[in-house]
Design a binder for this molecule. Structure first.
Ligand SMILES: Nc1ncnc2c1ncn2[C@@H]1O[C@H](COP(=O)(O)OP(=O)(O)OP(=O)(O)O)[C@@H](O)[C@H]1O
Length: 227
């Protein structure tokens, strides 16, 4: 895609000079001025494009950074998973939009049908609860889970607030669970509840090197600033 875009910009000066020649009969001086203006405009387009592509051309594996970023900074990260019921109900795009529109940055994303071992490790702290076996069955139904890592200021706490209470009937209207579900056993989404949980869960679901990507959104200055 980048190659095609570059080619498109490369032919613009030629197109500009053909257009300038077409209008030269009216006034050679006017055509020359017009040609100069078009050349300048073309140079502007190429420069602007080169600037925005600079963000896209340098993906950096984010593994050198602490896995959950640095707590309390713009690099803080959380683990968010759309559970199988959220996937079956076609709510993936809506959930992703909420985080994107809030200004958070997606640095990891994959669909996977988790193994029993992964689901049990993820919910390890609940293994004594009566609903544990049902919870693991639900998570390992074969329908994928959409596993994500989101990054940004206070993303762990804000992510939980956006998700709403564990029991959707107690979730505030407008939260994800408050808007899309009515049952604690089918509450469509998970979010890390602390920095320590984020570290554990990102490591569990995105533990292989190169699975997270560090990148800079082109609109970063319009989203992040303490002025
Ligand atoms: N009483 C219950 N009956 C059935 N399932 C439950 C019950 N309580 C919790 N669960 C399931 O176990 C998951 C984990 O429970 P937990 O208490 O850790 O809540 P949570 O942190 O809000 O949820 P999650 O960890 O999925 O984000 C819940 O999201 C829900 O799917």
């Amino acid at each position: 895609m980048l190659a095609r875009a570059t080619a498109r910009f490369a032919v613009r000066p030629a197109t500009a000079s053909i257009k300038a020649r077409t209008f030269a009969t009216a006034s050679r001086a006017a055509a020359s001025a017009s040609s100069r203006r078009m050349a300048m405009a073309t140079a502007g387009v190429v420069t602007a494009s080169a600037l925005s592509y600079a963000y896209l051309q340098k993906p950096i594996a984010a593994d050198s950074k602490p896995i959950a970023g640095v707590k309390g900074t713009f690099s803080e990260r959380t683990f968010i998973a759309i559970k199988p019921d959220g996937v079956q109900r076609g709510l993936v795009g809506k959930v992703i939009s909420r985080f994107e529109e809030r200004g958070y940055k997606l640095v990891g994303l994959k669909a996977l049908a988790p193994s029993k071992e992964l689901a049990e490790k993820h919910y390890d702290d609940l293994k004594a609860r009566p609903f544990f076996a049902g919870l693991v069955n639900y998570m390992t139904s074969g329908t994928p889970v959409i596993a994500m890592v989101w990054e940004g200021k206070d993303v762990i706490k804000q992510g939980r607030a956006m998700i709403g209470a564990t029991n959707p009937l107690e979730s505030a209207p407008g939260t994800i669970r408050g808007q899309y579900c009515i049952s604690v056993g089918r509450n469509i989404i998970h979010g890390s509840d602390s920095f320590e949980s984020a570290e554990k869960e990102i490591g569990l679901w995105f533990g292989k090197a190169g699975e997270l990507v560090e990148w800079t959104p082109a609109n970063v200055d319009w989203i992040q600033s303490d002025n």
